[in-house]
Design a protein around this ligand. Structure first.
Ligand code: F6P
Length: 366
């Protein structure tokens, strides 16, 4: 029979993401409504190591759903990675009689969650990251808001590009994942996107820009994922130089496309979460509480085809590694043939979606 939970803890760790507050609120209210007390742990796993936490009453999480950032703050805690730090964290949890943890963050957060689970603290992970790089989940908390923020900023850049007949290369966050870049490229009417998942054809991109310029198009946008190293500034220079050369050769000033570079960086992580992120965070937060109270642990809550589901953290992490091609020997040993085949299928589908979406972007770019 599942153990009786009296008190759980919730934390946010790694990079902050809009919607984390909505998730904290959902965890707190979901637990309180089931008669379980809640502690909010400050600064991710650091708050566990340093005994830095607050009781989350219903009023403590009131009016937080619309706030960006994380009310529990966040940190990347090195001490927690050491066994001594981990033991301090566990002693803190014992002192406060905390029976289980909901950890909101990305893959580093989930590693911490597994470490706690292995030491007897039931822990459930929620994917809270703008990057959308948890392969097991179609969407992560913060991804939708980050895309909306990129779009708002890129729309502004479009205005000034159109006035000056320029190109703007916009670099966006996403770590190794091109999800933000590809989707915002489509939504902003960009002429191209540079993402880690698809090989970029620079010559074809510049040819397209020139063809469209010849047809009278004034402004161009290209969205670059930060996961493609050393690209944005170099590409801006290349477009500027190549089009200048051609404009001089053809004695046609209009063919020169001056390209500017802009890095949106952490701007993309702030701001009030969108409706989609608030709803996703709420569904996932409540589900995490249900899973803990049902006696489950070491799971990550995911969204698959519109449904809220759970998967083992080990499965989710192996899937991410398989997708990134960073699996090490023996990492798949604990999974059945069916599970491995299922992982491969998920990855093939994801890659196919990226390739098709990119192709569509180029088609509609003109
Ligand atoms: O994982 C979220 C993220 O914003 C990535 O997109 C980015 O690469 C990284 O975090 C930046 O980290 P930091 O906030 O430590 O600069």
């Amino acid at each position: 029979m599942a153990m009786k939970f009296r008190k759980i803890g919730v934390l946010t760790s790694g990079g902050d993401a809009p919607g984390m507050n909505a998730a904290v609120r959902a965890v707190a209210r979901g637990a309180l409504s089931r008669g379980v007390e809640v502690m909010g742990i400050y600064g991710g796993y650091r708050g566990m190591v340093d005994d830095d936490m607050i009781e989350l009453t219903s009023s403590e999480v009131s009016n937080k759903i619309a706030l960006g950032g994380t009310m529990l703050y966040t940190d990347r805690c090195l001490e927690f990675k050491e066994e001594s730090g981990m033991q301090k964290a566990i002693a803190t949890l014992k002192k406060h009689e905390i029976d289980g943890i909901v950890a909101i963050g990305g893959d580093g957060t989930f590693r911490g969650a597994t470490d706690l689970s292995l030491r007897g603290i039931p822990t459930i992970g929620l994917p809270g990251t703008i990057d959308n790089d948890i392969t097991a989940s179609d969407n992560t908390i913060g991804f939708d808001t980050a895309m909306q923020t990129v779009l708002e900023n890129v729309d502004r850049l479009r205005d000034t590009c159109e006035s000056h007949a320029r190109c703007n290369i916009v670099e966006v966050m996403g770590r190794g994942a091109g999800d933000i870049a590809l989707n915002t490229a489509i939504a902003s009417g960009a002429v191209d996107a540079v993402i880690p998942e698809v090989k970029f054809n620079e010559d074809a991109c510049i040819e397209r820009i020139l063809r469209l310029r010849r047809a009278g198009k004034r402004s161009f946008l290209i969205i670059v994922s930060e996961g493609v190293a050393d690209c944005s500034e170099r590409l801006a220079q290349k477009i500027t130089d190549v089009t200048k050369e051609i404009s001089e050769k053809e004695n046609n000033k209009a063919l020169w496309v001056e390209a500017k570079f802009c890095r949106l960086a952490h701007v993309v992580r702030g701001g009030s979460p969108t409706l989609a992120d608030r709803v996703l965070a709420t569904k996932m937060g409540v589900r995490a509480v249900e899973e803990l109270l049902a006696g489950n642990s070491d799971l990550v809550v995911c969204e698959k085809a519109g449904e809220i589901v759970t998967t083992g953290i080990a499965y989710s992490q192996a899937l991410d590694r398989m997708y990134k091609g960073t699996l090490k020997d023996g990492m798949l040993d604990k999974f059945s043939e069916d599970e491995i085949a299922e992982m491969q299928k998920t990855i093939e589908e994801k890659k196919k979606t990226f390739a098709e979406t990119y192709k569509m972007l180029c088609e509609v770019a003109g």
